[in-house]
Design a protein around this ligand. Structure first.
Ligand code: 2PG
Ligand code: MG
Length: 432
């Protein structure tokens, strides 16, 4: 018998920054309940689905009562009575409630929390873990993780301009070993900061607070931490999220820390120098979301050597992935479900990336909860890469730990993506 959506319950909960967010529970006619939680970004692309917030004085304007109201008044009646097995139709009904790209009427937070809850309920109804429900028997791999060691940009009061200094354990043999390598590098980086009198707590996603005199100094410190932890750069490589939309003003890339401003061409020269000097294997949003010529020039120069990920630039939308591929911009997509609104649309963006042989990085947001849905998406869809912030704070660790449990459940069938999670034909950073 088909089990139907019977009840949709919305509540306010709190995220890792202590801000309100939306949680939804979807109850089925057979008593099964699925849950979903909306994450929240701090460095947001202007084309993203919006988090509907109440504005006004209370809670800094960030309360979510309007989004909760929309779930109760509009979403619940629209999906009640639909068969849970027909998840795509439910997502389509959600999309039809607010067809605008930015979902500003109904709220991207209301949509994604519901879409997540529906998937959770469908998997529970099938008595399967979400990753297994999604994979439907197809090949899965444990993702290559990207783990933040220093946080910056919008996640650290703009103490440095670059947002994420991350590592990728490309040379690990298993996800378990990848976590060991990460733990060693994270700990060593903390020790180095301590030795230099620069250890000052952590940023929003758990990476060490970036007390540096220049952006490049953070890169030097990261490379040193990898080496001191006992790894070669073909085992643990560097990845950067520049989040460049955040510091492009008036047509210039303006580095606050260094008091310098650059044209697009000059900025690409700065990044190229870093790629020449450090074992960088991936760069996200090297230029701003509206700098298409810059993204094309950067991809032309580096697209055969490193992964170039579009986050603000692509906002998890299939049509933007298609357009970028046609223009020769980017060779990988960041997949953040709340950036677009529903799981189905996130999947479409991934399928578009698949058609071009691009890399796919499933990503959490800087504002998170203990929810681990994102890990199941990365594994169940065989995306190859996963980014959920640093190696501290439980909203991050919950996700790495969930991947370890899934690796164990897969037993002898577990395959760690490692380097194969990246697009093909990149350079060997060991020779950088
Ligand atoms: C990003 C994310 C995660 P935010 O830019 O990739 O690091 O940040 O969620 O603030 O957009
Ligand atoms: Mg980003």
């Amino acid at each position: 018998m088909a089990h139907l959506v019977q009840a949709v319950h919305a509540r306010r909960i709190w995220d890792s920054r202590g801000r309100p967010t939306v949680e939804v529970e979807v109850g089925l006619s057979n008593g099964v309940v699925g849950r979903g939680v909306a994450p929240a970004g701090a460095s947001r692309g202007s084309r993203e689905a919006v988090d509907l917030r109440d504005g006004g004085e209370s809670l800094g304007g960030m309360d979510v009562q309007k989004a909760l109201h929309n779930i109760r008044a509009h979403i619940a009646p629209a999906i009640r009575g639909m068969p849970i097995a027909d998840r795509l139709s439910i997502d389509q009904r959600l999309m039809a409630l607010d067809p605008s790209a930015t979902r500003h009427e109904i709220g991207g937070n209301a949509l994604i929390a519901t879409s997540f809850a529906v998937l959770d309920a469908a998997a529970r109804d099938a008595s399967l873990p979400i990753w297994k429900y999604l994979s439907a028997g197809a090949e899965v791999r444990l993702p290559l993780p990207e783990i933040q060691i220093f946080g910056g940009g919008a996640h650290a009061g703009r103490r440095v301009d670059i947002q994420d200094f991350l590592v990728m354990p490309v040379g690990a043999q298993s996800f378990d070993e990848a976590m060991v390598m990460t733990a060693e590098v994270y700990r060593t980086a903390g020790q180095l900061m301590q030795e230099q009198g620069r250890r000052a707590g952590v940023a929003d996603e758990g990476g060490w607070w970036p007390d540096f005199d220049s952006n490049e100094q953070a890169l030097e410190m990261l490379a040193r931490a990898i080496t001191r932890a006992g790894y070669r750069f073909d085992q643990v490589a560097i990845s950067l999220d520049i989040a460049a939309s955040e510091f492009r003003h008036g047509g210039f890339y303006q580095l606050g820390l260094e008091g310098r401003r650059y044209t697009t061409d000059e900025w690409i020269e700065v990044l190229s120098g870093w790629i020449d000097r450090y074992p960088i294997l991936s760069i996200e949003d090297p230029v701003a979301e509206d700098d298409t010529p810059g993204m094309q020039a950067f991809t032309q120069r580096w697209g055969d050597h490193i992964q170039i990920v579009g986050d603000d630039y692509l906002v998890t939308r299939a049509e933007l992935v298609n357009a970028a591929a046609e223009q020769g911009a980017c060779n990988a997509v960041l997949l953040k479900p709340n950036q677009v609104g529903t799981i189905s649309e996130t999947f479409s963006a991934m399928q578009a990336a698949n058609r071009f042989g691009w890399g796919k990085v499933v990503s959490a947001r800087s504002g998170e909860t203990e929810d681990v849905m994102i890990v199941h998406l990365a594994i169940g869809w065989n995306a190859g890469q996963l980014k959920v912030g640093s190696f501290a704070r439980s909203e991050r660790m919950a996700k790495w730990n969930e991947a370890l449990r899934i690796e164990e459940a897969l037993g002898a069938h577990a395959v760690y993506a490692g380097r194969s999670g990246l697009p093909g034909c990149l350079r060997n950073p060991g020779q950088a």
